[in-house]
Design a protein around this ligand. Structure first.
Ligand SMILES: [Zn+2]
Length: 332
């Protein structure tokens, strides 16, 4: 048993309480490799933003759960080296799908876990979530649960259709499970193809797809039911057109990739939404930078020469998100 507290990590409780009061949201960035983690920590340290490092099932399969945890521990030390005296870094399990997995993360130094039982019937979602909460809270590890179903594909989490969270269920769910935060479905979606062209309209001037707006009425109804309760948005990459264009310019093929407009995320961040998950955008930045190097310097074969620019572009992206979308700069 390793407590996250020994590793210098923090859970989400205080982060979320401050974020709701302050009208901003905490960035939750997924990481799979060293360059991505360096970029996240550098951006967070330089902007003094609290940050949630997320480990998905796909990341665990790709990089190994043990290695990722030691990387997060190293990230705390790296942050201090960068001059961030008291780093506010949370290590969070993204989309945990069983009690055993959540328990292994709690036992192994994670400061927060998500149990995603949203695909199960309502009562089973409550039972499994409560089991995880009861265990995690013994060690002061915070638990995110999910109610409602998001569309899209993210690693091994996928659904063809979405179901908005039902506001009439949230009080019962939060009370009976004791969860610390709730991921809801209000029209965000996993992946870089969040909406089909049929779901969108086209901007007559640019010809670009315009996604359907988020269901702020559902969010408002949820906040009315659960005043001051931390709300989480998954699938909240904005799929920046500049990266999609760069990828396509340098030999890629991402037609009609579309995300959540940043103005809508900014609006959400000012409400009880206090954690916004961003994964696809950094994948796009990484790929765009690597493709550019390969296209411009075909003789390059030193991975540092293309992973380095990818890291720089991701860092720029993370800073932009922190300052211009989440508003979490200067809060840690
Ligand atoms: Zn998700």
């Amino acid at each position: 048993m390793v407590s996250y507290k020994e590793l210098g990590l923090v859970n989400t409780r205080e982060m979320f309480a401050k974020a709701i009061k302050g009208g901003y949201a905490i960035p939750a960035f997924n990481f799979n490799n060293m360059e991505q983690l360096q970029a996240i920590i550098k951006a967070s340290a330089e902007t003094k933003s609290p940050v949630i490092l997320q480990v998905s099932k796909g990341a665990r399969n790709y990089a190994n759960q043990t290695l990722l945890r030691y990387m997060a521990q190293g990230a705390v030390e790296y942050a201090k080296e960068l001059g961030w005296e008291k780093p506010q870094i949370c290590l969070h399990l993204d989309h945990g799908d069983s009690f055993e997995l959540c328990k292994s993360c709690v036992d192994f130094g994670f400061s927060s876990v998500m149990i995603d039982a949203s695909s199960l019937p309502y009562e089973e979602n409550i039972a499994l979530t409560k089991k995880v909460v009861d265990y995690a809270h013994q060690y002061d590890v915070t638990v995110e649960a999910e109610l409602g179903v998001l569309a899209g594909v993210e690693d091994e989490v996928s659904s063809a259709v979405s179901h908005y969270t039902k506001p009439e269920e949230v009080v019962d769910f939060a009370t009976r499970t004791g969860c610390d935060s709730l991921a809801i479905s209000i029209g965000t979606s996993h992946g870089a193809y969040k909406f089909t062209p049929e779901q969108c309209t086209r901007d007559p001037k640019t010809g670009k797809l315009v996604p359907p707006p988020l269901a702020f009425d559902v969010l408002d109804a949820i906040m009315e039911q659960l005043p001051g309760f931390p709300i989480v948005l998954h699938g909240s990459s904005s799929v920046p057109q500049e990266y999609v264009d760069m990828i396509n310019q340098y030999g890629g093929k991402l037609p009609d990739a579309v995300g959540i407009p940043e103005e809508q995320l900014r609006k959400a961040a000012k409400s009880a939404v206090c954690k916004i998950n961003i994964d696809s955008d950094s994948r796009l930045a990484f790929t765009a930078a690597v493709r550019k190097v390969f296209a411009e310097k075909p003789g390059e074969f030193d991975p540092r020469k293309y992973c380095g620019p990818a890291r720089d572009l991701m860092e720029e992206l993370y800073k932009h998100k922190i300052i211009n979308v989440l508003g979490s700069d200067g809060k840690a």
